[in-house]
Design a protein around this ligand. Structure first.
Ligand code: NAP
Length: 582
């Protein structure tokens, strides 16, 4: 061994692994702004297990995960690993890379020292019983994202990876380009190709959300390669050319429509009709772009909350909406009638397995997949690249940082089989998107690792409720119910039948009844026709916080309060607001 530590850019002789290495480290005591959380340090080069590989990193891809890791939210990745028995009190991030194999474990057969590789970020325990039985590793409880959930990612001279993560590097790309595409392209590949008979096929139509973004730019190219036609969604016409150069047949500017967002209530005749008008116009626009009346067989989704209702609506009968994120929110609303009557599939998808990552990489190797790298940074600029992301000032497309490569543009030693289109994004293009959540986030399951503690001041419903019930009968007209509301200055009337509360007519029910009807038509309707049936109740001794959860969960503003199953009063959101302010 000639040296204990090599400087950045000073490549050790092939196969020689120095004892120490330079790396960008995050530590718990400096969680926060990426420019402060990431610090250059020298650490021991990691050892490898029998199925692992040590790769000398030439360039690393930048992903949002490590903005979260630097901030220490929503998960302290270092603490989580320490709990699982890993001793390191630091995090080396980086979930995309290109580099050269320097050392292999004794069970490794797919790569050898000297191979130029790119790495996908899916890791799993090869001894997991599910995986051993041939199950998809993406469903294994041991699945982890390398360089986010695991340590020793690509922001260091050497990275430790599982051999199955290594794939041949496209030699027609430079180091930074080849470090940029794997995470997003493999995710897009599984979304489009991983779902049996619903997967994309030659001749299909695909609607691709965020066509100029990281995932969308890959999806357009993957759809093109299989012989499908894609329509790209973007937020401005300045991105049309980019998406069409990548292979989209046409583009739609989402800002031409304003029906996005959660679905209006299905009882809201006027609101629903307006939404329907908007979404139909959107569907017609898809036909216009395609030049024929065809619906997308596959809708490639990730904005989530604001777009899912439209995606489900425009999707072809028997088609699939496949979703890997909820960038605009997680409470996607679905009009189930379109899902069941037209037998559509709403499919969740997350990253990709080894086989799918390699299938995707064949496209990159053949030159059919441009990495869509929008900006590359030097080693010293790594925290700045993450800070730009945190501040939403980064360009669309995929970004990289040089690690071992001494200059931009190095590493090209071959020609692709197919000529690569190399589109560029419009000048000055930056994100206007809300911050995406980390790709992997521990979700609560049946088996909770830790007991959850909830703070509560012990206030009971009876401490705030209004005593007495103001009621009507099911046959009372809406006109009569409205008069009760106005006279008594209340927001809802309980519908009583034979001494039992059978429903509630709220102001919202009234307003919904008026939607799309004349005042006279609405007034002559009966309480039973518009009431919310089933009367949501709570016991007077229920905790106020539980009553609030009941109301918010059911999108209601009040509950009938019972004592020994008899209605005795009402608790409303207004009462809760009064208490909070008081
Ligand atoms: P990106 O490069 O930021 O692209 C997202 C695109 O969404 C933007 O280009 C934007 O394009 C579009 N967009 C923003 N707001 C929108 C809205 N309100 N309605 C419709 N479109 C909107 O991000 P990305 O790399 O493609 O990733 C997208 C999401 O997938 C992120 O949340 C990311 O964390 C997640 N992801 C998940 C996985 C997984 O395995 N589960 C893997 C990779 C990424 P326009 O403004 O031009 O419309």
């Amino acid at each position: 061994m000639s040296k204990q530590l090599y400087e950045i850019g000073e490549q050790p002789p092939l196969g020689e692994v120095p004892e120490k290495m330079h790396a960008w480290l995050v530590r718990a005591d400096r969680f926060g702004k990426p420019t402060e959380a990431f610090q250059k340090e020298v650490v021991n080069t990691p050892s490898i297990a029998d199925d692992e590989v040590l790769v000398y990193v030439m360039a690393a891809g930048i992903n949002y995960n490590n903005v979260w890791a630097a901030m220490g939210i929503p998960v302290n990745v270092i603490g989580a690993r320490n709990k699982n028995g890993e001793p390191e009190d630091f995090h080396i991030g980086g979930s995309d890379a290109s580099g050269i194999v320097y050392k292999v474990g004794k069970d490794v057969t797919n790569v050898k020292v000297g191979d130029e590789v790119v790495m996908h970020c899916g890791t799993f325990d090869r001894n997991c019983s599910w995986v051993k039985k041939g199950g998809d590793p993406m469903y294994s409880p041991s699945f982890k994202i390398w360089g986010y959930e695991t340590n020793y990612g690509s922001f260091a001279q050497f990275t430790r990876v599982q051999a199955q993560q290594c794939m041949p590097r496209p030699k027609h790309m430079n180091w930074e380009e080849s470090a940029a595409y794997t995470l997003v392209a493999a995710t897009a590949w599984r979304m489009l190709h991983g779902w049996g008979s619903s997967s994309i096929k030659k001749g299909d139509v695909a609607l691709i959300w965020g066509g100029a973004g990281g995932l969308g730019s890959m999806a357009i190219q993957i759809a093109k390669a299989v012989g499908a036609t894609s329509v790209a969604m973007v937020s401005g016409e300045d991105k049309f050319d980019y998406c069409m150069k990548l292979g989209a047949k046409g583009c739609i500017n989402r800002n031409e429509f304003d029906h996005w967002g959660m679905l209006p209530h299905w009882k809201d005749n006027a609101g629903y009709a307006k939404w329907l008008k908007g979404v139909r116009a959107f569907g017609s626009k898809i036909w216009e772009v395609l030049g024929e009346k065809r619906a997308p067989n596959v809708v490639f989704e990730h904005p989530g909350e604001t777009t899912i209702p439209s995606s489900i609506f425009v999707c072809e009968t028997g088609g699939m909406v496949v979703v890997c994120a909820g960038t605009t929110g997680y409470n996607a609303t679905v009009d189930l009638r379109y899902l069941w009557m037209r037998q559509k599939r709403l499919q969740g998808s997350h990253f990709a397995n080894t086989e799918q990552s390699n299938q995707m990489n064949q496209l990159a190797l053949s030159g059919q997949l441009d990495p869509c790298m929008s900006r590359a940074f030097t080693y010293d600029e790594l925290p700045i690249a993450h800070q730009l992301m945190a501040d939403n000032k980064h360009p669309h497309g995929n970004m990289s940082v040089l690690i071992g490569a001494t200059q931009f543009g190095l590493g090209i030693s071959g020609k692709p089989a197919v000529t690569v289109v190399h589109p560029t994004l419009p000048k000055g293009d930056v994100h206007t998107t809300p911050h995406p959540y980390p790709m992997s986030e521990p979700l609560p399951s049946i088996e909770e690792a830790e007991a959850l503690t909830i703070a509560d001041d012990g206030t009971k419903v009876r401490d705030l409720m209004h005593h007495g019930i103001i009621s009507c009968t099911p046959d009372d007209t809406i006109g009569a119910v409205a008069k009760i509301m106005v006279d008594k200055e209340i927001h809802a009337v309980v519908v009583m039948e034979q001494g039992k509360a059978t429903g509630v007519v709220s102001q919202t029910d009234m307003v919904l009844a008026r939607q799309g009807r004349t005042p006279d038509q609405a007034r002559s309707m009966k309480a039973s026709e518009i009431m919310t049936p089933g009367c949501a109740t709570c016991d007077a001794d229920m905790l106020l916080s539980d009553a609030v959860s009941l109301m918010t969960g059911r999108r209601m503003h009040r509950l009938v309060v019972t004592e020994k199953d008899k209605p005795v009063g009402v608790i409303s959101m207004t009462d809760v607001v009064r208490k909070i302010i008081g």
